[in-house]
Design a protein around this ligand. Structure first.
Ligand code: NIG
Ligand code: FE
Length: 429
């Protein structure tokens, strides 16, 4: 099996469809709908990378293929492993009680104002040991792999004091060594103003003092210890203002971090325009965009990351304007936003189903958004996100004969096998 210690040469053959996603990245407009399908294709993997890909007859005839070990997929569909570009992987426990409160009529923001929400998760995380966070995250990472994800971004943001924020980022770094998925770390110290800074509007305990602390002390430490590659800010009603967010992102950029933003989820605040102004790698959520915002994003290089799991879980009818963004020419990506408050799912196939039925994306568009464009938003499109010679052999194999069945079957997991850098990291049964 390819999960032997030393990755060697493998021929993956008899695939009904291989979705290559080959070609220029990122994809905009019509290009999003062209997954570069190979029918009856094969792949040759050498040392964890793709050495050849093409029609089965041609690849099988290569001298190296004849010597390679064979993996017959019996007509299954192969695509690049999903790149989940927005998760809050590390959290201490679920918030099922809040879920029930919302079903009874309380809103997400009402629960947050009453001391629940993110603060609830912060209290639990601060009290958790690294060991308990590790074992919970490891179980979740195995589930990510079991749903076809091979790379994920993961944020801090449930610590909100330096030792706890650091605890999350260090745990993420250690988890990367303990299991096969690649984890891209993002510092989200500006998730919400912690209770210790909420009392007064002025002075050293105000929200602005917290912003200063992040800018002057925490960000330089994040960079010096190489704890994260990106900095994110929750720029929204009840979290951070556009002005505060600009300050934090400016400081983050000065420290050499890439920029991401939680933008326009609860209210239209101007966060998306800030993402454009700051040349952020990604602006995420975007449910409350205006027409002008859409045009500005479409002209920019900011990836618009839609998180339909949030609308589904919060029971919000207004999903993000994915269709309008695509048609305007924006770079669109999809992610789970795996977190205990708004989107407790780690299933990218479920996100594809929501993107298709609720946001009118085609299955091909949804898959491109969940692979190559998500890889672009993490600045890894030269290594992952498509199946091309030289790229890592990160693959998801689905037990279907037509790729459209991946989103079509919802609420069931048809992922049969996942490979990371040529090694099988998940195989059903
Ligand atoms: O992406 N919006 C802010 N952050 C998360 C929710 C976090 C939580 O409720 O715990 C999100 O939806
Ligand atoms: Fe989020």
């Amino acid at each position: 099996m390819p999960n032997s210690r030393k990755p060697d040469t493998w021929l993956i053959t008899n695939c009904s469809e291989i979705l290559t996603l080959r070609g220029p990245a990122p994809r905009r407009g019509r290009a999003l709908a062209a997954p570069g399908i190979l029918h009856d294709g094969a792949l040759l993997i050498r040392e964890g990378r793709i050495a050849a890909i093409g029609p089965r007859r041609r690849v099988e005839r290569l001298p190296e293929s004849r010597r390679a070990r064979k993996l017959d997929l019996h007509g299954r569909v192969v695509l690049p492993g999903f790149v989940d570009s927005h998760t809050h992987l590390i959290h201490a426990c679920s918030r099922a009680a809040e879920y029930e409160q919302r079903i009874s009529g309380a809103t997400y923001e009402q629960i947050a104002r009453a001391g629940g929400g993110i603060i609830n998760s912060v209290r639990k995380l601060r009290a958790s040991s690294p060991a308990s966070l590790h074992s919970r995250a490891l179980a979740h990472l195995a589930q990510f792999a079991g749903h076809g994800t091979t790379t994920l971004e993961a944020k801090s943001g449930y610590g909100l004091d330096w030792p706890s924020e650091r605890k999350i980022l260090v745990a993420l770094r250690e988890l990367e060594r303990l299991q096969p998925l690649e984890i891209v770390r993002t510092f989200l110290g500006a998730h919400i103003v912690p209770p210790e800074f909420r009392g007064r509007t002025r002075g050293n305990k105000s929200a602005d003092a917290y912003v200063d602390l992040i800018c002057r002390q925490w960000l330089p430490r994040v960079a010096a210890e190489n704890l994260a590659e990106f900095c994110d800010v929750f720029c929204d009603r009840g979290a951070f203002t556009v002005e505060q967010s600009r300050k934090i992102l400016t400081a983050a950029r000065a420290c050499g971090l890439g920029l991401r933003l939680h933008a326009e989820q609860l209210a239209r605040t101007g966060a998306a325009r800030l993402a454009v102004e700051m040349h952020a790698a990604s602006a995420d959520h975007l449910e409350k965009l205006t027409g002008t915002d859409i045009r500005a994003l479409a002209r920019s290089d900011v990836t618009c990351t839609m998180l339909p799991g949030c609308c589904f879980h919060l029971g919000i009818a207004q999903y993000g304007p994915a269709r309008r963004l695509i048609d305007a020419g924006a770079i669109l990506a999809l992610a789970t936003d795996f977190n205990p408050g708004t989107s407790p799912t780690l299933s990218m196939p479920m996100i594809l189903s929501l993107a298709c039925t609720q946001m009118r994306m085609t299955p091909a568009e949804a898959i491109a958004a969940a692979t190559i464009n998500a890889a672009y938003s993490l600045r890894r499109h030269d290594r992952i996100g498509s199946l091309e010679v030289g790229k890592f052999a990160d693959l998801a194999v689905f037990d279907v004969a037509d790729y459209r069945e991946i989103p079509y079957y919802f609420g069931v997991n048809y992922c049969a096998m996942t490979l990371k850098r040529g090694r099988i990291i998940y195989s059903r049964g």
